[in-house]
Design a protein around this ligand. Structure first.
Ligand code: NAI
Ligand code: PYR
Ligand code: MG
Length: 465
């Protein structure tokens, strides 16, 4: 990583070459220098230094703090710099240059437009932003794998999701973090803000509350409501698995899958895999394998036990992973050991998808796996819901779908998988890159086709009839 250190140094006490030497001795590598101000006695400079990690950054900064004549003003890393002031803004489509423009975009002209919508509310789709907007709603209770860090801390992720919606699919998404964990209140708030939006993307709301929130909103709203951590993740996981199974030449009906983290993502991934034909899937949470014969406090786990684990095996992750063809992690960092991978069946497939730190370090797993994937951007095979949510909402908005149903999700998974051709497919390329511009377009088309086929599209479109 790179950090930028703003420091002031007294010219008569220390020279820049002394500072460069100190940084070098602490193991830092200077990659940029900017002079911010200079007087006869002092200079202020921004020095950008390449360091190994945040601990190493502390060592470099401490060294400078201890150097006589040097005052460290502040330290920022490039990631923080990208977040300063937030990452998105609202822009007008048309400038207001004259009084005439003003009278048309605002009062009095706007009143006629308002009246037209009041007379026919469906006109909200043609005369407001509704046809292109998605609310990204979080309560900050399951932010990535960081847990319940609250609504303020959740904002950078939601802003990031909004950026991806826009860049990858042209959707205008609004990050909305709610300072409440009350299910009824969240449902009420989302219902109340729905008029401005064409869709609702629920994000990083912890299980099991997220299931009720989504179900109730789906029933009460006539726009698509989609919990990204459940369905977006499940769609991309299935896409990756379909392609990985081609490499190891195994049939989906015959594989044994072990999945850790029976929360939002885990339950949805399991349901998607069962629908796709997986017969033997065992879910593992903190207490071990979910099995029948136990009354869990979490009602979703009791249902889960009925749907999975055909041999009703109990035990720890290390116990149940023996002989598994596929490991899927949507749980916590570092819980899969190298020994566990060694005990899997031939040609193991390991999808360690916890963010930001996966269930096993890919470098440790690599020698023993046939196909390795993570949720991260800095390793090959990124299985991340970002491959799904922009395109699936683009399709749903464009056909004005009332919901995103199972057929649309399956179509999205197949569309994502299809971007990687048989000639291109390899152990390190089972899933297209986030930057592959075919992904969102292919997902959009497949999703629209499925929406028209299943009768949930409201917009008349001859192409899809
Ligand atoms: N790659 C991707 O696209 C996505 C990755 N994720 C990742 O999956 C993880 C879970 O996310 P959600 O399902 O939204 O959270 P969640 O809070 O709904 O569920 C997490 C589950 O993992 C379980 N868990 C925690 N520590 C565990 C351990 N040591 N062993 C077994 N189970 C454990 C929890 O008890 C809980 O049931 C996070 O790390 C998140 O970043 C989630 C969504 C998408
Ligand atoms: C990718 C994502 O949505 C998550 O880790 O929560
Ligand atoms: Mg998420």
């Amino acid at each position: 990583m790179h950090i930028t250190i703003r420091l002031q140094f007294a010219k008569h006490v220390v020279s820049f070459s002394d500072i460069a030497t100190a940084i070098g001795q602490a193991g830092g590598d200077i990659v940029g220098i900017d002079v911010i101000s200079s007087s006869k006695t002092h200079t202020v400079r921004d020095i950008t230094v390449s360091v190994l990690d945040s601990k190493h950054a502390d060592v470099v900064v401490d060294t400078l703090r201890k150097t006589a004549g040097v005052k460290v003003i502040h330290v920022s890393d490039r990631t923080f710099l990208m977040h300063i002031g937030g990452k998105i803004e609202v822009k007008s489509k048309i400038p207001i240059k004259t009084r005439d423009d003003l009278a048309r975009v605002y009062t009095p002209g706007v009143a006629r437009v308002c009246t037209a919508i009041a007379e026919d509310p469906t006109k909200a789709y043609s005369l407001t932003i509704k046809r292109n907007t998605v609310a990204v709603i979080s309560d900050g209770t399951a932010v990535l794998g960081l847990g319940d860090i609250g609504p303020y801390a959740a904002m950078p992720v939601m802003e990031g999701k909004a950026m991806l919606f826009k860049q990858l699919a042209g959707v205008d998404a609004f990050p909305i973090c709610l300072d409440t964990k009350d299910t009824d209140e969240i449902v009420q708030i989302v219902k109340a803000i729905a008029p401005a939006f064409g869709g609702i993307n629920l994000e990083d709301i912890a299980a099991p509350r997220c299931f009720e929130i989504e179900e109730r909103l789906k029933q009460e709203l006539d726009i698509p409501v989609f919990h990204d951590d459940q369905h977006g993740t499940a769609v991309v996981l299935l896409a990756g698995l379909l392609n990985a199974l081609k490499i190891v030449d195994k049939k989906i009906e015959e594989i044994k899958v072990v999945l850790t983290g029976i929360g939002a993502a885990g339950i949805a991934c399991t349901k998607m895999l069962l629908a796709a034909g997986v017969k033997n899937i065992i879910g593992v949470d903190r207490q071990g394998a979910i099995h029948r014969g136990v009354q869990y406090d979490n009602p979703y786990w009791n249902e889960y036990a009925q749907l999975t684990n055909p041999e009703n095996i109990s035990g720890s992750l290390s116990d149940v992973i023996v002989g598994a063809d596929v490991f899927i992690g949507v749980s916590a960092p570092g819980i899969l050991k190298v020994e566990d991978v060694k005990n899997m069946a031939k040609d193991p497939i390991v999808f360690a998808m916890a963010n930001p730190v996966p269930e096993i370090d890919p470098e440790l797993a690599e020698p023993y796996v046939r196909v390795m994937a993570t949720g991260r951007s800095d390793y090959p095979n990124q299985i991340n819901n970002v491959l799904c949510f922009p395109g699936i909402f683009r399709g749903a908005l464009d056909c004005r779908a009332i919901e995103i149903n199972e057929e649309m999700k399956l179509a999205a998974a197949q569309a994502i998988a299809s971007v990687v051709t048989d000639e291109e497919l390899s152990e390190t390329y089972i899933i297209p890159s986030v930057f592959n511009n075919k992904v969102a377009e292919r997902v959009r088309e497949a999703v629209m086709k499925a929406a028209y086929k299943t009768g949930v599209a409201r917009k008349d479109d001859m192409m899809f009839r």
